[in-house]
Ligand binder design. Structure first.
Ligand SMILES: Cc1ncc(COP(=O)(O)O)c(C=O)c1O
Length: 395
């Protein structure tokens, strides 16, 4: 069935972080929220139907994860990513950011070091430092508008107290899909230095333009034994509020250690609706997802054309995956603070500010285009009008 992604749905007063928190958080009224990574689209019909049906039952006692849930996850990984996983590898977590924190707690000690590849999704850094561990930055290189990994820099930084590397694959905020060759080189370096790879693949279903995502643990058995893969239906089907994700750990010892932390934290029983939604999304959401990807691709083309035609001083770093667009605003010549204030006070759009993603993010903003095209256009127009005024003032 055709889905209508152009439809604008009012999200105010739905306990939405993106819409209900934006004013307080950014300190301005009438902001268009294009920040936190959820979408302004209604989830697939079969998911909504399954939740309604379960709600109609009326009893919401303690949960257990049914076999059919695991089957749906296994089938999804096989069909979408050609990755064969086993039921016992799948561990529940209420979210991927919480999972990253449990992983840091499980596999490192206070004072140990964790590598991240900045600029990168800022909670990576937070889960490390909030747990009393140290971040080691292995900044991505940025040449001709494209990000790549700096393996020489990585090798130089791998001292014995580095225990983990958190990989973002596909990468947020650049939208890069890492090639199998890049991932292989990274994995080999980590194995050589006894470093566990935590591969956050939460964006892996949102692949644009017919490209392919390589699951890190699918590259070889050796990689699988050294990898913890974080996946979820939350970005793919817009289910973040249901707080259900899957941490896939093929190595028995690593899995048992992770599960011990989950037991210590008494995190065993998922939310009823999260189970139902995940299973139905993975079973019946393919058609919706394919249509979504098509829509997102066209949003991206619309945005790129608009900026190229109308906005000087901002360059689009074209994502290969997901609905987050990294915009290079450095030619505007504004400081981090000025750029933030300009977007909030003059343009009236709430973006994520690049400097929060760590070294290399300064002068960039991250724009969320997981919304009806009319909202993308509204955000761009607001930015364009404000920039024209800015140019008048500075000329
Ligand atoms: C790379 C990455 N990991 C994790 C998350 C959030 O995961 P969760 O909501 O399951 O904590 C996001 C959300 O934007 C993300 O981009």
């Amino acid at each position: 069935m055709p889905y209508d992604f152009d439809k604008v749905t009012n999200r105010f007063s739905t306990a939405s972080a993106k819409w209900d928190e934006v004013g307080n958080l950014f300190g301005e009224d009438d902001l268009l929220p294009m920040w936190v990574a959820d979408m302004d689209f209604v989830s697939p019909d079969p998911v909504i139907a399954a939740i309604k049906q379960r709600a109609g039952h009326g009893i919401f006692g303690y949960t257990t994860i049914p076999g059919s849930y695991y089957e749906a996850v296994i089938e999804w990984m096989k069909i979408r990513h050609n990755w064969c996983i086993k039921k016992e590898w799948i561990c529940y977590s209420p979210g991927i950011v919480p999972a990253l924190s449990y992983i840091v707690q499980s596999f490192t000690h206070p004072g140990d070091k964790v590598v991240i590849q900045s600029p990168v999704y800022y909670p990576f850094s937070n889960v490390v430092t909030d747990n009393g561990r140290e971040v080691v930055h292995n900044p991505l290189t940025f040449e001709d508008g494209r990000y790549s990994m700096d393996f020489d820099d990585l090798r130089r930084k791998l001292e014995p107290d580095v225990k983990l590397l958190i990989l973002c694959s596909p990468h947020n905020p650049s939208g890069r899909i890492w090639t199998k060759e890049e991932l292989t080189e990274l994995g080999n370096i980590c194995i050589e230095h006894n470093i566990i790879v935590v591969s956050d693949e939460i964006h892996c279903d949102l692949i644009l333009n017919g490209k392919t995502h390589t699951p890190f643990a699918a590259i070889s058995d050796q990689f699988a034994q050294n990898t913890i893969v974080c996946t979820a239906p939350s970005k793919t089907f817009n289910l973040a509020g249901l707080q259900t994700s899957n941490v896939i750990i093929p190595n028995t010892k690593l899995r048992e250690t992770f599960q011990m932390t989950m037991n210590k934290l008494a995190l065993r029983r998922p939310n009823t609706f999260g189970i139902v939604a995940t299973e139905s999304a993975y079973r019946y959401g393919q058609d919706w997802l394919d249509q979504l990807l098509d829509y997102l691709q066209r949003n991206l083309e619309f945005l790129t054309e608009y900026i190229e035609e109308n906005i000087k001083g901002i360059k689009v770093i074209k994502p290969e995956a997901s609905y987050l667009v990294w915009l290079d605003c450095r030619e505007l010549g504004l400081s981090n603070e000025e750029l933030q204030q300009f977007m909030l006070k003059q343009a009236k759009v709430a973006f994520n500010q690049g400097f929060t993603y760590g070294p290399g993010g300064e002068g960039f903003i991250r724009m969320n285009i997981g919304c009806p095209r009319s909202l993308v256009e509204k955000g761009l127009r607001r930015m364009n009008n404000a920039l024209q005024k800015l140019n008048c003032i500075t000329k």
